[in-house]
Design a protein around this ligand. Structure first.
Ligand code: MN
Length: 189
């Protein structure tokens, strides 16, 4: 079973993330930011990952950022040498009014293009302008190419949640083991 744990303790935050790639969608998430917990739980559920994520610290921004750094590093660690993985994954997920496309490549090249905007300053208790930053942070720490496009949508909650559901589905596809070789013509990623 591919799994990993990553802890990070700084003067600002204390975070711990554990992930099992071959999981059942069980999540235990406590960051003190309810909507961020909800997003991570949705990602775990629809990606079939077992996820534990704990975070505390000084500010919402730092906690969400550091949990996301730990999440990216955890995924990267759990993937190991990436032998036999599908590597690419994508999903288009609707949630009522919202339709979100996520496409990613775990090929080791960090690049993100996140096209999501929100109407309101807060989505429940998560500051909206953190959302794009968190996905960029995930991309750079997981070393993945990540594209996110909200194809349509009116409700902020739905746009955000559909994004994390799609992220879960796309990640579960990309991490799937389909062979034994490193999935690159270069022989390394
Ligand atoms: Mn919801």
């Amino acid at each position: 079973m591919r799994k990993a744990k990553y802890e990070r303790k700084t003067k600002e935050t204390d975070v711990e993330v554990q992930i099992v790639l071959e999981g059942t969608g069980e999540a235990e998430v406590e960051t003190g930011i309810d909507f961020f917990d909800h997003l991570l739980e949705s990602m775990a559920k629809h990606g079939n990952f077992d996820l534990t994520a704990k975070g505390k610290g000084d500010f919402e921004h730092h906690i969400a950022e550091d949990v996301t750094i730990a999440l990216g590093k955890c995924f990267e660690k759990a993937l190991g040498d990436k032998k036999g993985i599908r590597r690419m994954g994508d999903a288009v997920v609707p949630m009522d009014d919202s339709l979100v496309l996520v496409a990613l490549d775990l090929g080791g090249r960090e690049y993100s293009d996140i096209d999501v905007t929100f109407e309101k300053e807060k989505i429940v208790d998560l500051t909206s302008d953190l959302f794009v930053h968190l996905l960029e942070t995930l991309s750079s720490n997981l070393k993945c190419n990540l594209h996110v496009d909200v194809l349509r949508g009116a409700n902020d909650h739905h746009k955000a949640e559909a994004t994390f559901k799609a992220l879960g589905v796309a990640l579960s596809e990309a991490v799937e083991k389909i062979g034994e070789e490193i999935p690159s013509r270069k022989g390394m990623i």
